[in-house]
Design a protein around this ligand. Structure first.
Ligand code: NDP
Length: 405
């Protein structure tokens, strides 16, 4: 790709705050990080046109890309209207060269949509997790798919740890007593436990899963994990980890399970009635990976029967979740909307990462291997390590129900 060819960049971002843009910021800035935990460098764009710590992920924030794309003569369309055949996204897609989308408000790129976009050559995930793209179709049609590896891994790990503690200690109902008025300690503690001494396990010990294990170590719990590749001996010893060669073995040995594998055909609906039935009665399940890794109705059934004592996380399917999605009203849940990876801190990193990827793309330079999911008609880079071929977007058209309702 040469910098002289004008391209159309179509970007799907979430809506601005209902109270207006920009919001009033709680802090004056964010800390500067030197490197990611494994030594990988943070994004290295030639320049940025935004203030780190500002809201970049909503439409008016436009990932801070407006001036850069205008200066290079590219067309830049930003919309939050992404679902259904009459959406701005679907209409603008027909002549788009590049699509940018965040997993929090995913612009689903199904096979049908990719087929309607003959110019599409690059799909960038502003974040991590490219399951909103039909990867099989991207492979077949030679569309490059990439994401900003590491940009929000620690953000998610922090959220997962927060939610494990919130569930086990039953924090949210206790806070409810404060807000509503009242002081009934007996009600407030009747489902509250210490996590100390419990068995805590992660499904996948990649960047996020390992960061969760490291953060849970000081709580004096017994740590477990399963993954397709085993961690180095030194890490297992340092953290006192028990490795399980199957997810079935892991869940049977744990009180708290946190999910950190990508969504791909191998992991879709992994947590179904059968697997949840193998968990200890009264287990806690946290899912900050992808909603579809859990069978929606099996989770509801397990909370209602008490097989699960609590469920938390931030990922749903589809997104946005319709207002009648049963997870909104099921008992003993501490869910958030998909927010963990889009803290203001994370936004600064993935906005810079997207800028780095675009600079490489327009200048004909290679995109970092660690950002690649699909390239040249095959899984590549990080994608070759963590994903399997196939499609996990089935049912995404239901996201249009949110707008309709
Ligand atoms: P990594 O690629 O570092 O880790 C993923 C791990 O999952 C790898 O170790 C991989 O194994 C493992 N894995 C893949 N398939 C399986 C399987 N079938 N069983 C067990 N382990 C498996 O990614 P991150 O840790 O950075 O992110 C993980 C996921 O978290 C993302 O794919 C995304 O879906 C989600 N995420 C959510 C966010 C949010 O805002 N809620 C933000 C960021 C990410 P191996 O590579 O060894 O084969």
């Amino acid at each position: 790709m040469s910098s002289t060819a004008a391209q159309k960049v179509l970007c799907v971002l979430y809506d601005d705050p209902v109270r207006g843009f920009p919001p009033a910021y709680a802090r004056n800035g964010i800390p500067t990080l030197a490197r990611y935990p494994d030594g990988q460098t943070l994004p290295t764009p030639a320049a940025i046109d935004f203030t780190p710590g500002h809201l970049l992920g909503s439409v008016s924030g436009e990932l801070g890309l407006g001036p850069f794309l205008a200066e290079r003569g590219h067309r830049f369309v930003v919309t939050s209207d992404k679902d259904g055949p009459d959406s701005v996204f679907e209409k603008e897609l027909t002549d788009a060269d590049v699509v940018i989308s965040q997993p929090f408000w995913p612009g689903y790129l199904t096979a049908e949509r990719i087929a309607k976009a003959p110019n599409l050559r690059l799909a960038i995930t502003a974040g991590i997790g490219s399951d909103h793209v039909d990867l099989q179709s991207a492979i077949d049609r030679n569309v490059t798919v990439c994401e900003v590896t590491w940009c929000n891994s620690i953000s998610v790990a922090e959220h997962a740890v927060m939610q494990m503690l919130a569930l086990v200690r039953d924090y949210i109902p206790q806070h409810g007593w404060v807000v509503r008025g009242g002081w009934n300690i007996a009600d407030a503690v009747s489902r509250s436990y210490d996590i100390e001494g419990m068995d805590v396990g992660v499904v996948a010990a990649g960047r996020i899963g390992l960061a969760v294990l490291r953060r849970m170590k000081p709580f004096d719990v017994n740590l477990h994990y399963t993954d397709r590749h085993r961690l180095p001996d030194g890490v297992e010893q340092e953290l006192g980890l028990t490795f399980h060669d199957s997810v079935e073995s892991l869940v049977a040995a744990c009180d708290v399970v946190s999910i950190h594998c990508p969504l791909h055909p191998e992991t879709e609906h992994l947590f179904d009635d059968e697997l949840i039935g193998r968990m200890r009665r009264g287990s806690y399940l946290v899912n900050t990976a992808r909603g579809k890794i859990c069978d929606r109705d099996a989770i509801v059934r397990a909370l209602e029967s008490g097989q699960l004592a609590g469920y938390a996380g931030d990922v749903w399917f589809p997104q946005p979740a319709p207002n009648d999605h049963p997870w909104r009203t099921m008992p003993n849940q501490a869910l958030t909307p998909h927010t963990s990876g889009t803290s203001l801190s994370a936004q600064a990193r993935y906005a810079a990462g997207v800028r780095e990827i675009l600079e490489c793309w327009f200048d004909g330079k290679p995109i970092r291997d660690e950002y690649l999911i699909v390239q040249g008609g095959a899984l590549a880079g990080a994608g070759a390590h963590s994903y399997s071929e196939g499609d996990a977007t089935g049912g995404s058209e239901e996201a249009a129900k949110f707008k309709a309702g």
